[in-house]
Design a protein. Sequence first.
Length: 367
Amino acid sequence: MKLMKYPFERVAKRVLHTASWNWKPFSRLILYGDNIDWVLDWEMRALKTTCERLGVKITSPMWKHAAQPQSFFFSNHFFLLSMDWKRLLPGRIGFSFFHGLPDTGYKEFDKFYELLCKDHENFTRIQVSHSQIRDLVLGAGVDPLKVRTIPIGINIDFFPFRAMEQRRVARTGLGIPESAFVIGSFQKDGEGWEDGLEPKLIKGPDVFLAALDVLKKDVKDIFVLLSAPARGYVKRGLEKMNIPYKHVMVQSYPDISKLFQALDVHLVASRQEGGPKSILESMSSGVPIVSTRAGQAMDLIKHGENGWMVDVEDAEGLARCLSEVHEMTPGALTAVLTNGRITAEANSYESQLPLWEDFMKGFVETR
């Protein structure tokens, strides 16, 4: 006797749909992440924990066709370019908008901004991480009451404030000379997910290399510690300049803290950013941060007080800041590093609870 294939998926959808009739409208929040175990997925894990603490009921994306309209939150605004969200998501829509300035050479940035200008009345909440994107969103005509500035936060337990002995131990484990001036760079800056020989210029890998080319004239003991995928362009550039480096891929995001412990300074040379997370990670770890005025660095870094910041594409300015850090004694750095830790603590997920509570009001019900 031939067994009839049981339509499990069809029945399951029907059961879920029927069960949801008892739900109150907008009583559930459905979260959508990248599902590639990268930065935004860790942000969604943290948001899920925050929602649970606030009494927000989280529901699997399987419920997106539920009978009652609910609330949907996307970790990546570009999702809205690739789905018929007006038809599929009958409810309140919120999303994170961290980066993507139009008219900067990226078609997807232009396309999303056009969508925002045209359809912003269909969005209920927008999280921006810094003032530049906030101003861009408001310039698109979005009601200011829909917009909340909430920086990409940090779990400070993952990034303890470093003692000098921890730096020595970390360098020994990584095979890095104790005498080296170690510059860290832990963000993906090549196109794709393979070797990354083609630079992702928005991340400024060319500016990064140009800054080190200037710096090596005065600082002879440079060593670069890299992490993240697709770093081929930078590695090739370092080899041409005869600057030693080590590229370490971590197994899990919290493991990146071990790399911070080995650094003298962390360098960000981006043209556009949403974060990067390394701004607060450096500050939390007690590592000097030198960055361009990109992403939330523009709001978080107070030049000379808790870090160093220069204009976008200013390679010589980055080199000057790196040289300044190189010349400072540990004692002279103490105030800057202490202020950096205070900034990190003020932007921890714990500290952001009131911001997210305000974000959820009028977006989804809380218990």
